[in-house]
Design a protein around this ligand. Sequence first.
Ligand code: AHN
Ligand code: ZN
Length: 334
Amino acid sequence: MRFVNWGIVLLVMIAVLVACDSDKKAENKHPPENEKQPEIAIPDFSADSAYHFIEKQISFGPRVPNRPAHKACAAYLVETLSNYTPQVIEQNFESTAYDGTNLSLKNIIASFNPDKSKRVLLAAHWDTRPFADNDSIDTDRPIIGANDGGSGVGVLLEIARQLHLNTNFDVGVDIILFDGEDYGVPANEKGFRNVPYGGFCLGSQYWSKNKHVPNYSAYYGILLDMVGARGAKFYQEGLSMNSAPSVVRKVWDYGQSLGYGDYFISQKSEEILDDHKFVNQWANIPMIDIIEYDPSTKNYFGKYWHTHQDNMDLIDKNTLKAVGQTVLKLVYME
Ligand code: AHN
Ligand code: ZN
């Protein structure tokens, strides 16, 4: 009689059983289209609330660094975020503006699920431009920045409120409000040609070299910039597509599937210098930029951009809802 190694027979049987079982698990992870997916409750983003958060910011006046309104608004932002999480950090620093002015700046960071290692970073700039360089009148007066400054922060404050009310999300979330984004060299200004990055994005440059937590990293990041104007269109921005194409596709897919296809346009746009550049290239965190883009205007943003028209009249709750609900879905699905 031939020798049978029962040990090997047993091992083969176990291997077959294990393989069958993991096949089943794989099936469960990807149910066929017609099978119902387990429902994940995604909270309703309140555009009314986001709108209120924008009104509140502009009630302080232009949030121009070194001015009292900037300081008062920072206190309001810290206090508001502290209602939603105990983890709020104020990162104070000094930076030199393009014209040599010393600026006292503050990045504000609010964290949710601080112990989770898988993290999503959501950001916007909270400062506003010191001049209306694209306007035809009062060009040296600061803009109120309802959209450019106010809108991204308004959406993020409402997301923070939802994260506090509905804790059934698995990922860690860090909300960073960058300062000193919009203190760049005025358009038509002939001097200052050698200023790095035109003097824009001072807060994200500082944070990318001095993260609030040593060795901090995130799975990916999303920057919101000018996300509240009536009829805004969001194209797939060049640097975002080069550094985090899968994140861009996921966001645009969610946006379109939620019915916001008029806002999320599946076409690539020019590369735009914005805070995500430094998060990508200096902090090595893949970050996309959801930013209004209008290929028909010469500066690619709306006609209101860096003018006194950037006020509450421009803000549309439907635009805030489209962006806010899409980003909120992303967080709860991670
Ligand atoms: C520049 O103006 C070079 N980039 C757009 C960044 C920005 C300014 N976003 C809002 N204001
Ligand atoms: Zn701006």
